[in-house]
Design a protein around this ligand. Structure first.
Ligand code: 637
Ligand code: MG
Length: 214
């Protein structure tokens, strides 16, 4: 049967990247997406903004919603200090399988816990299952209509502390209007928009960084 795009992306990594070298895995995926098949990774342009926010926050606990093939997982994990707890959530088993292989190819498997399941089911259990009280950094890149319900779950389950940073992909394209309206109007967040472009295109998109004020 025909392979899937994530499987073809994994093949490109295995062919063109150097095992244990995260930068080469990132470059191989970006090359594949620019020259072979577009895919919904955060990409190189928004990826640099992601890198700068992760570096600035230097988090001890990280959550990513929507692993997909693990591109942003690798981008984030390669910047983390030893001992950082990093959980990434993916509910599609085929995507999770490809992501595990790409994360392992980059040599970052010991830095990441990939959890298969829906974010809405996992978030209420995170404290119990992983002994994490609050997240210093959260990257939202899953179904766009889940950003708002999930940020409300973070609040409800006390997973945000003063200074927690949420970074949301695609707030323009495909767009997350309800989420944007919420974080920009809530007195509990200080939000800032980072203009950029939809991965591998000239289409306008950007990232929204929201600081939880407690
Ligand atoms: C509640 C829940 N729980 C767990 N995993 C979940 C989950 N909801 C989704 N997932 C997982 O995460 C990925 C899905 C990501 C959704 N991302 C996008 O739809 C997306 C789309 C574009 C795009 C832009 C313009 C176009 F013309 C076409 C597409 C760009 C992007 O950057 C995107 O992120 C996928 O691997 C899915 O299984
Ligand atoms: Mg995205």
């Amino acid at each position: 049967t025909r392979s899937t795009r994530p499987q073809r992306m994994l093949k490109a990594v295995q062919k063109n990247a150097i095992r244990g070298n995260p930068e080469s895995v990132i470059s191989a995926i970006d090359y594949f997406c620019k020259h072979s098949e577009w895919a919904m990774n955060v990409g190189d342009e928004k990826g640099c903004i992601l890198d700068s926010v992760v570096t600035e926050v230097d988090p001890s606990t990280v959550l990513e919603l929507g692993t997909y093939c693990g591109y942003s997982t690798v981008r984030i994990a390669r910047l983390l200090s030893p001992g950082t707890k990093f959980i990434t959530v993916e509910f599609n088993p085929a995507s999770a399988e490809v992501a595990r292989k790409i994360i392992a190819y980059a040599g970052l498997q010991d830095k990441v816990t990939l959890v298969e399941g829906a974010s809405g089911d996992l978030i209420p259990q995170i404290k119990k299952l992983y002994g994490i009280t609050t997240f210093d950094f959260i990257f939202l890149d899953h179904w766009k209509d889940r950003y708002l319900p999930d940020i409300k779950l973070f609040e409800e389950y006390g997973l945000l502390g003063k200074g927690s940073v949420l970074l949301a992909d695609n707030v323009i394209c495909p767009g997350t209007p309800e989420y944007l309206e919420y974080v920009r109007n809530s007195p509990r967040y200080e939000s800032r928009y980072y203009p950029s472009h939809l991965e591998y295109t000239k289409v306008e998109d950007g990232l929204e960084k929201s600081l939880f004020l407690g």
